[in-house]
Ligand binder design. Structure first.
Ligand SMILES: CSC[C@H]1O[C@H](OP(=O)(O)O)[C@H](O)[C@@H]1O
Ligand SMILES: Nc1ncnc2[nH]cnc12
Length: 309
């Protein structure tokens, strides 16, 4: 593949969360809005070029104008649409509440574990409703090598541009069902469970990225102390909004400085060794009970294993 052809590859998809509706330092090239078997993504996906010419895809999780609540995000369509563009890894950003004193509003976190409080409520598998059964491994819900790779460049940017913001690693994020924030009792219970930060959107995003064999890492940006602190007010949207813009600006600086190198690392493949091929033995052996229409549907997201006729 020539260098020019390589630059045509869009290998990294960025998902922007609350406050992060575009990236900086990019030349807009085009918008695409693929129709997937699970519908259209939250927003048209922007394909943009970095100053080097490397292309990235950007998707606003809550749609244009932040019109989609966390419980209603068409996550299967988002992940399937990104995969259909040839993306290999997703770098997701999310505004989170802090469940620990040492994670202050304005700090950034690279979590390594997740607790699911959305289970059974949101569609969380491409296989749901089909005649095909699969059990993806999810013990390590983020791509370990990708997260490890991120730590150095993200820390350097935050140290240089973060006005005292810190980067925390190896933390556990709990994903709750909104749209209301947690009660004080819930917030304290999540701390007792070992959760360090909280949001409403890392799931089913991380589960579906895994099923699609895509690398997935989250840069969590802390906006508030949720509702666990005695004698302090509980989290309000107004409090979140106060910090959102500063965090979004720093997120854009991080993205602008790491995306070229991240593209290269994805191209070399060494940060994605765990994901590629992970579904091969997760799908239950084929039987005549598997319906052609389901094979067709799954071929959109896993063409490696399902061949549409
Ligand atoms: C605006 S506060 C709650 C909202 O913020 C986070 O969104 P995102 O993860 O997309 O940045 C959180 O998950 C909730 O959806
Ligand atoms: N306290 C909180 N709970 C859930 N999601 C959040 N996003 C930002 N702050 C949050």
């Amino acid at each position: 593949m020539s260098a020019a052809e390589a630059k045509d590859n869009v290998l990294i998809g960025v998902i922007g969360g609350s406050g992060l509706y575009h990236l900086d330092n990019l030349t807009f090239m085009k918008q695409v809005n693929p129709e997937t078997p699970w519908g259209h993504p939250s927003s048209p996906i922007s394909i943009c070029a970095l100053p080097s010419g490397t292309k990235v895809a950007f998707l606003a999780r809550h749609g244009p104008g932040h019109a989609i609540s966390p419980s209603a995000i068409p996550v299967r369509a988002n992940i399937a649409a990104l995969k259909s563009l040839g993306i290999r890894a997703i770098l997701a950003f999310s505004a989170v509440g802090s469940l620990r004193e040492e994670i202050a509003p304005g700090d950034f976190v690279l979590p390594s574990q997740i607790i699911d409080r959305t289970k059974g409520i949101r569609p969380c598998s491409f296989f749901e409703g089909t005649s095909i059964v699969a059990h993806a491994s999810f013990g390590d819900p983020f791509s370990n090598k990708f997260v490890e790779w991120l730590e150095k460049p993200v820390r350097e940017i935050i140290d240089a541009h973060g006005n005292g913001a810190k980067l925390h690693t190896g933390k556990c994020i709990i994903c709750m069902e909104g749209p209301q924030f947690s009660t004080r009792a819930e917030s304290k219970m999540y701390r007792a469970w070992g959760a360090d930060i909280i949001n409403m959107s890392v799931l089913p995003e991380a589960k579906l990225a895994r099923e699609a064999e895509l690398g997935y890492a989250l840069i969590a940006t802390s906006t508030d102390y949720d509702s666990w602190r005695e004698n302090e007010t509980t989290v309000t949207a107004a409090e979140v909004f106060k910090v959102l813009q500063t965090n979004a600006n720093l997120s854009r600086t991080v993205a602008a400085n790491i995306l070229d190198e991240l593209h290269e690392a994805a191209e070399e493949g060494h940060i994605l060794t765990e994901e590629v091929g992970c579904m091969k033995y997760a799908i239950m052996p084929r039987s005549e009970k598997q319906k052609e229409e389901d094979i067709q549907k799954l071929s959109f997201v896993l063409p490696e294993y399902f061949k549409a006729n």
